[in-house]
Ligand binder design. Structure first.
Ligand SMILES: Cc1cc2nc3c(=O)[nH]c(=O)nc-3n(C[C@H](O)[C@H](O)[C@H](O)COP(=O)(O)OP(=O)(O)OC[C@H]3O[C@@H](n4cnc5c(N)ncnc54)[C@H](O)[C@@H]3O)c2cc1C
Length: 494
């Protein structure tokens, strides 16, 4: 065999698999479909936040050694126990998550972050996006504290540098097309390299080539009508190749094939993401305003939970509105709470000193109904409850068809602003079934010899919705396990 382990896909899951196989002594080849200057997959597009179990400052300090005493003194990191993590995964996925995979994800989270750190990934507390300052102290919310320095791009840079140091071979412009089967199970990969067909032999193969979010036809086929029109937030290369290859050799489809992570996204964004402007399309501050459709009506509870727990399901709800778009509306009282991407280039934004003037600029919204919606919303707010962006404050509306259950702040102080949003798809939830050692299982729950999977293409973890910052964590945890197990298998079979 030319290599012990071949990894298909060089994103976060694939590179985690490559490192962990390599450190077990395996020779490793990564086949990556993208050219080198577009490498890193969706992982490179990520903000870089990781959701891990921690018990406050000492655990954060363990992965952020640069953390100063002064920073510790003025920060409340909170705690995020294994129980909290299970609760969030259960609640957010409507308890559909596979319990064995949940166990693996939760119990390996902190250790895998430390493992990444030892491989050169620098972690920092996410003061800018996951904490608010109250009375001079930062308080973290929503269960996620740390992010990789430089975001997903920084994370992937660290991965590729570590790969160079350890002698992992990477072929770019190398699109896996078929799995090669032999008497010992999966024995390699057929790939188009620079457009020419090659066969690569190995003792074990790790599939880590993402979901099918960038495949318009599959989106429509599996997610449903209208999904062809969603914008892809990340890479254009995750078109379901790995899933197809796995299904062709008998892998069991698993998880929610009709589900995906999708959120409010700049309405006029281009069809695919760009790493350089990867933050510009985010519109995640809706908990502090209202969201209306073209009829001028609110249609979701903007304050149902911290945005970490709602944003990944609201893209679908926006897509279902007439025309597939909506407007987020804010006033001057909450302007300081808007995330920095609201001020970045490329936003479809209008501003006016009156609500009437604002809706006139929104053009494609029923003006009369919009003004009635805002008036009813303002009148329904429990104004005696203090507004607190840092906690689910219970400052809510009562009696509306769709109530806002936290952070209800009246739209009454000019200037008013509105941002137009559509649906941006992040990744798909349907995948293949794996066991707790990342072996791909067939339809009878038996392992397909020599085949492992990790990352977005694993089914059974996310359903309906997604707790923010668990995608990178899941990719790293299962990638690390897949690489280690593939390497062990290759040693046993040599
Ligand atoms: C804009 C954005 C922001 C995000 N922010 C966060 C965040 O802050 N925190 C978080 O936890 N998650 C975040 N996510 C989700 C997270 O990025 C993913 O869950 C995770 O990175 C997926 O890792 P992966 O390795 O499975 O996929 P990817 O990183 O996409 O890697 C898959 C790789 O496979 C390659 N490939 C595809 N087909 C083939 C083929 N046939 N042959 C060879 N290679 C192939 C692709 O080119 C790609 O490089 C974000 C995603 C996006 C798009």
């Amino acid at each position: 065999m030319a290599h012990d382990v071949i990894v298909i896909g060089g994103g976060g899951a694939g590179m985690s698999a490559a490192h962990s196989a390599r450190e077990q002594g395996a020779s490793v080849l990564v086949l990556e479909r993208a050219p080198a200057d577009r490498r890193g997959g969706n992982t490179a597009f990520a903000s870089g936040t990781f959701r891990m179990v921690h018990h406050g400052a000492p655990d954060i300090k363990a992965v952020v050694p640069d953390l100063t005493d002064d920073e510790i003194a003025r920060t409340d990191f909170g705690q995020y126990s294994a129980g909290d993590y299970f609760d969030d995964l259960g609640r957010i996925t409507q308890y559909a998550i596979d319990p064995d995979l949940a166990e693996v994800l939760v119990h390996n989270s902190a250790d895998t972050v430390r493992w990444l750190q030892q491989r050169g990934v620098r972690f920092l507390p996410n003061y800018g996006r996951q904490a608010y300052k109250i009375d001079g102290r930062f308080k973290f919310f929503g269960g996620s504290v740390i992010y990789a320095n430089g975001g997903g791009e920084g994370l992937m840079d660290a991965h590729f540098k570590a790969a160079e140091r350890s002698g992992i071979e990477i072929r770019y412009n190398a699109r896996g097309t078929d799995l090669l089967q032999g008497e010992h199970g999966i024995e390699g990969v057929r790939a188009l390299v620079d457009g020419k067909t090659h066969e690569f032999r190995a003792r074990a193969v790790v599939l880590a080539s993402g979901g099918f979010e960038a495949n318009r036809e599959w989106r429509t086929r599996y997610l449903g009508p209208g999904w062809d029109m969603a914008k892809v937030r990340g890479t254009r290369y995750n078109t379901g190749d790995g899933l197809r290859m796995a299904l062709e050799v008998g892998a069991q489809p698993f998880g929610q094939w009709s589900g995906c992570h999708s959120c409010a996204w700049e309405r006029n964004a281009s069809d695919f993401g760009s790493v350089d402007t990867r933050h510009n399309g985010f519109r995640h501050s809706y908990p502090f305003g209202i969201v209306v459709n073209s009829h001028g009506n609110r249609f979701l509870d903007e304050g149902a939970d911290f945005r970490n727990f709602t944003y990944a399901k609201y893209g679908r709800v926006i897509l279902q509105q007439p025309g597939g778009y909506a407007w987020q509306v804010f006033d001057a009282q909450v302007k300081h709470l808007l995330r920095d991407e609201y001020g970045m280039g490329g936003a479809t934004r209008v501003q006016a000193d009156t609500l009437e003037g604002l809706v006139a600029k929104m053009q494609d919204v029923d003006a009369g109904q919009f003004e009635r919606t805002v008036a009813a919303y303002n009148a329904a707010i429990a104004r005696d409850v203090p507004f607190n962006p840092n906690a689910k404050d219970g400052r809510r509306t009562r009696g509306l068809e769709v109530d806002k259950t936290n952070w209800a702040s009246a739209l009454e102080v000019p200037p008013f602003e509105a941002y137009s949003v559509g649906c941006g798809i992040t990744f798909t939830f349907g995948g293949v079934k794996i066991d707790t050692t990342a072996r791909v299982l067939d339809i009878d729950d038996q392992p397909l010899t020599g085949l492992y999977a990790a990352g977005e293409m694993v089914g059974g973890i996310f359903y309906f919705n997604y707790p923010g910052a668990s995608g990178l964590m899941s990719s790293a945890v299962f990638g690390r396990i897949a690489g280690r197990e593939a390497s062990n298998f290759s040693r046993r079979s040599s």
